[in-house]
Ligand binder design. Structure first.
Ligand SMILES: [Zn+2]
Length: 259
């Protein structure tokens, strides 16, 4: 147990004290578990300080710095104000074991039982678990079909490019491949090229109007920009001419695209 001031970096504490002296702490009032206040800054920020037996347990602030998991100057300003109003010292307990355990439980539930629309909760979990746990959690997150929305951003953030390629190979649309093409093309040019090629085979069979043919040409040209891609693209165009010679619009578009 230590003084609450130990929860802050020196310069943050100084700025918090300056805020407090400037009267930036407004509307300080008691809540069920501690205090709530509004702190006037670049914007008005909402601060909650949770306390247990005169000790600081948890702190929240709506500013961007706190959102990244830091203890901010607004929290410090509020604590100066609380101390001043109560005329007694406030202590800090580094961890409130019960509260922390509860938080972990809630996070686990949230991450594994609910569909994720962003990476916020996943990375909160990463922050509080061990490396070994994370390895396991990460696998579970990737396997969960509910997480399709965040699958690619997550793999990108984790630097999991090979698993990303494997997933892309199974897709029938190029939306995600197009999105991550720049990231992947430097590391795996041949593989990316080949995924586009297999997409083209698949799509050429199903395409039935000029709009789709044009789309095919866009990808055929794209393939040309990959290593060995010129030959591959010409080969594909040659096959199309042989297979689809009855599709006049497609032949027309192939010609216009320069094949
Ligand atoms: Zn803040």
């Amino acid at each position: 147990m230590s003084d609450w001031k130990d929860l802050f970096q020196g310069h943050i504490l100084d700025r918090g004290e300056a805020y407090y002296f400037d009267g930036a702490v407004l509307e300080l009032h008691k809540t069920e578990h501690g205090y709530h206040a509004v702190v006037e800054g670049t914007e008005d920020y909402e601060v909650d300080i949770e306390m247990e037996g005169g000790r600081v347990c948890e702190m929240y602030c709506s500013c961007p710095y706190a959102e990244d998991g830091n203890n901010c100057k607004h929290m410090a300003a509020v604590l100066f104000e609380i101390e001043e109003q109560n005329g007694e010292d406030i202590l800090a307990e580094e961890t409130c074991p019960d509260a922390q355990e509860q938080e972990v439980k809630e996070l686990l539930y949230y991450v594994f039982e609910c569909p994720q629309n962003n990476l916020v909760h996943i990375y909160k979990l990463k922050e509080i678990c061990t490396d070994k746990e994370w390895e396991d959690y990460r696998k579970q997150i990737l396997k969960n079909p509910k997480n399709y929305n965040i699958l690619y951003p997550f793999m990108e953030k984790e630097g999991m490019y090979e698993p990303m390629l494997e997933c892309l190979k199974k897709e029938t649309f190029t939306y995600n491949l197009d999105r991550y093409e720049n990231v992947l093309k430097e590391k795996f040019p041949e593989q990316v090229r080949d995924i586009y090629i297999s997409y083209l085979h698949h799509e050429a069979e199903r395409a039935g109007n000029r709009k789709r043919y044009r789309e095919l040409m866009k990808y055929l040209k794209k393939i040309r920009r990959y290593p060995g891609g010129k030959e591959k693209a010409s080969e594909i165009a040659k096959n199309w001419r042989a297979m689809y010679y009855r599709r006049t619009a497609m032949m027309d578009e192939t010609g216009k695209a320069g094949f």
